[in-house]
Design a protein around this ligand. Structure first.
Ligand SMILES: *Cc1c(COP(=O)(O)O)cnc(C)c1O
Length: 354
């Protein structure tokens, strides 16, 4: 068992930083100079290393490719005007990747490798953390099975990696979402709560069908009756109905978002009425008709606070209230972002700074 991460660092000979156009960053297509790699073999984690970003070599029989033992995380680093880097609640991501790991029969990742790994990697690539408004350094830790073996069973060997990518906004404009009532993202007892690779592959076909009709993303509903809202793309959903902030309760079909938890905490502290309870499509659609639906938005690390301006349900499409007038999402969304960027005091001690 490794107690403190003794990470071997090999620096790049030639930084690619000067080639990056920080004013035109796509999401997730540019990668910083270094990456972290740690291997799990013989039932233990070996010394982690940080090395120049580059391709990896795998057997064509690598179990992850065939049977999907692959999980990931997503977080963002911000840099303030003093050059300090901030990362928001990374401990929650560490706990969550280990819950995903348990569900997928994968080894858990020691705290030291995850936390020190992120810190040392980002410290080395500090200048890759953008300072432009709306930009950040997206951090992608991931773990996958590497046995070169076609039997269907949990792999004995694994690789954990962290790569980072300077990114601009995930969504550049308010969204048109559709409430999905045919296809299913996750069923009770399944792996919806895990950030498991296969969940995202399975969601692409229904999302693509919707995109062909000009819709940006889907709001998934429960697998059994397609009557209750679950989440959307890589965001948890929030609704303001009749002055109450609502979000579906956590269960095995819903990814427990760090943004969701933080948003609910700040909204409660600001004195808003907040309820975690099942939200039926009927009450949302009725609210869209009679004006009680005041706000609809998604929350997630990548998407931050993503406003929904248009909602399709069956054959009908509703125009939702103007974004400027949305009190809770605007106020709490800004507060959350200001905390992440280190621009206001972080009363909860959520950020790590270095
Ligand atoms: C990552 C993710 C979220 C948001 O989680 P955060 O921790 O807030 O980034 C929500 N839903 C799904 C399906 C996700 O993959």
């Amino acid at each position: 068992m490794i107690e403190t991460a003794n990470i071997k660092i090999t620096r790049t000979q030639q930084s690619r930083l000067s080639e990056v156009d920080f004013d035109n960053l796509p999401f997730g297509a540019v990668f910083s100079d270094h990456m972290l790699v740690a291997h799990y073999r013989n039932k233990q984690w070996e010394q982690a290393s940080i090395k120049p970003y580059g391709n990896i070599s795998l057997s064509p029989a690598t179990s992850m490719i065939h049977y999907g033992q692959s999980i990931f995380e997503g977080m963002k680093a911000f840099r303030n005007s003093n050059g300090e880097v901030m990362i928001f609640r990374p401990e929650m991501n560490w706990e969550r990747i280990n819950k995903s790991a348990e569900r997928m029969c994968m080894p858990t990742i020691p705290r030291e490798i995850f936390m020190d790994g992120i810190r040392q990697l980002i410290d080395l690539d500090r200048n890759w953390v953008p300072t432009n408004e709306g930009s950040s350094l997206y951090i992608r830790p991931f773990l996958f099975g590497t046995d070169p073996m076609l039997g269907v069973r949990p792999s004995d060997t694994y690789t954990f990696m962290i790569i980072t990518s300077p990114v601009g906004p995930y969504y550049s404009k308010p969204l048109h979402l559709k409430i999905e009532t045919e296809f299913t993202r996750a069923a009770l007892g399944g792996v919806g709560f895990a950030k498991a690779a296969g969940n995202y592959g399975a969601a692409m076909f229904p999302a693509k069908k919707a995109q062909e009709q000009g819709i940006d993303q889907l709001i998934w509903t429960d697998a059994k009756e397609h009557k209750y809202l679950e989440e959307a793309g890589t965001m948890n959903m929030m609704v303001v109905l009749d002055n109450t902030l609502l979000t579906p309760p956590l269960k095995s079909t819903i990814l427990p978002g760090v943004t969701r938890d933080s948003f609910l905490t700040l909204a409660r502290e600001a004195g808003y009425q907040v309820e975690e309870r099942p939200i039926s499509t009927d009450e949302v659609i009725e609210g869209a008709r009679n004006g009680k639906l005041q706000e609809l938005f998604g929350v997630g690390t990548a998407a931050t606070t993503a406003q929904v301006i248009r909602l399709t349900f069956g054959e009908e499409t509703f125009e939702l209230p103007a974004i400027e007038g949305r009190e809770i999402s605007n106020k709490i969304g800004k507060k959350l972002l200001d905390i992440k960027k280190g621009e206001i005091t972080d009363d909860h001690g959520w950020n790590i700074r270095f």
